[in-house]
Design a protein around this ligand. Structure first.
Ligand code: EPZ
Length: 430
């Protein structure tokens, strides 16, 4: 199994280019099958989640052509199977976007029920409630969702909670329905807007994305287009927090600063300098980080996908901080690993109470999930000594060339896939 070997203590310095947004790409790649014409999508992050979804798209018969590293062409004209196998859903739950896309285009689909994951049970009741509002018959049996409709008719959906996945899935299903669909209490994340913009570039008629009311007027067909995905706000935020943790000076470039506002605001609160350009943000760390409190919220609030990375920064702040997770019920699994690095964090309910320490100490760890894994990496970069992080395939789900980009900033980090190589690297960097 691959692992990272990290020697902490080097402040990160320099510029790093941020890739396309994973959580926009997953909705957009699924949406691309809704036309029989060729769609070219650029700035696709080359990460495990997008690769698996593209395999699922090929699995139902669509044509996928990798133009070059971060661009793909998809043609949904040859789709012959409406059934998305469990093997894909098990690997990446966002394969369920194919349910909305296939329903929208073919009025039927069978998709394996996604299970929970390390951060929570993550039910999909709101997706199903929305499909039913469009006239879809949904039957769940033997771990599969069977959905079909004679025709999809626009409906009015009020989500019981703000849900990114259901907002995207319903935009997909509704854009070819007959009549108007209104989604209320819709998610407003940048990736929601990006999926809506992509669908509109294919000829859909979606208004209000980015607000909590999205109006979709069904059209008869969608056509091919070329589209470039927005930058990944969470990848950018992760490098910004790595600068804070290591007291470095890092510029994240090819970003949309507006999408990073809640992240930048927290960095300023803890004492860092943040300088914004048109498509870059510079973070200058400070010697004495200040404690603060954070509560995760739907956009434009502080993103839950930055919660573990925030805790890693606050673990080094003077005083006691509170981190409250309001989106998922089990997103503190990284706390035990940080405490093994000498941190003093206590979790009670959905709040972590963090008593700042001078410096963490490197040790062996395992990534519990994608963003927790990223948090352990930035903690290890600040720590005294060498750390080994296992189960890094979680991290590779959402970060392209993570260790390579960190090395360009001066990090001492190597990716190894054998104990023998691990020993060699530890001798070299120890
Ligand atoms: C998306 O997950 C992201 N994944 C997550 O990022 C992100 O943490 C999350 O949105 C919140 O921003 C992708 O976009 C692929 P939700 P999603 O539906 O769509 C509950 C990462 O690290 N809920 O907004 O699954 C749900 O349990 C990943 O990149 C229902 O109860 O999240 C959760 O508590 C991790 N019923 C809350 O809503 C439903 O039908 C928000 O979930 C749907 C959701």
């Amino acid at each position: 199994m691959e692992q990272y070997i990290i020697k902490g203590g080097n402040p990160l310095n320099g510029r790093v280019s941020i890739g396309g947004a994973k959580n926009a790409a997953l909705g957009i790649l699924a949406a691309a099958i809704m036309t029989d014409e060729t769609v070219t999508i650029e700035n696709v992050p080359n990460v495990r989640d997008t690769r698996v979804l593209l395999q699922a798209i090929e699995g139902i018969g669509a044509k996928v052509k990798y133009v070059y590293n971060n661009s793909v062409q998809i043609n949904g004209g040859s789709i012959c199977d409406m059934n998305v196998d469990y093997e894909y859903i098990k690997k990446i739950r966002a394969s369920y976007y194919l349910l909305g896309a296939l329903l929208g285009k073919y009025k039927k689909s069978e998709v394996a029920l996604p299970g929970g994951c390390n951060i929570g049970s993550r039910p999909i009741d709101q997706h199903i409630k929305g499909f039913k509002a469009l006239g879809v018959e949904v039957d769940i049996s033997h771990g599969k969702i069977f959905a079909k409709a004679d025709k999809l008719v626009g409906g009015h959906v009020y989500f019981d909670m703000v849900t990114v996945g259901a907002t995207i899935n319903l935009m997909l299903a509704a854009c070819l329905a007959e009549g108007d669909t209104i989604l209320e209490n819709a998610a407003k994340e940048p990736h929601i807007v990006d999926v809506a913009n992509f669908l509109n570039a294919m000829g859909a008629n979606i208004k209000g994305a980015g607000t909590d009311v999205i109006r979709i007027r069904g059209v008869n067909r969608l056509h091919g287009t070329t589209y470039s995905i927005i930058p990944d706000q969470i990848e950018a935020g992760t490098f910004m927090f790595a600068a804070a943790c290591t007291r470095g000076d890092v510029v994240v470039q090819d970003v949309i600063p507006k999408h990073l506002e809640s992240i930048s605001a927290k960095l300023i609160e803890v004492g860092c300098q943040v300088i914004e350009g048109d498509d870059w943000v510079r973070v200058i760390g400070c010697e004495n980080l200040k404690s603060t409190n954070v509560k995760t919220l739907p956009y434009p609030g502080f993103p839950t996908d930055m919660q573990p990375q925030m805790a890693a920064v606050l673990a080094l702040a003077d005083g006691t901080s509170m981190v409250t997770e309001s989106i998922f019920e089990n997103r503190f699994k990284y706390v035990d690993e940080l405490n093994r690095m000498g941190c003093k964090i206590k979790v009670e309910g959905n709040t972590a109470y963090i008593e700042g320490i001078e410096q963490m100490s490197g040790t062996q760890m395992a990534a519990p999930d994608l963003r927790a894994g990223a948090a352990l990496v930035i903690a290890a970069l600040s720590a005294d000594g060498v750390s080994e992080i296992e189960d890094i395939e979680y991290i590779q789900r959402g970060y392209e060339d993570f260790d390579g980009k960190l090395r360009t900033l001066g990090a001492v980090i190597e990716r190894v896939d054998s104990e023998r190589d691990a020993q060699k690297v530890k001798l070299k960097i120890g």
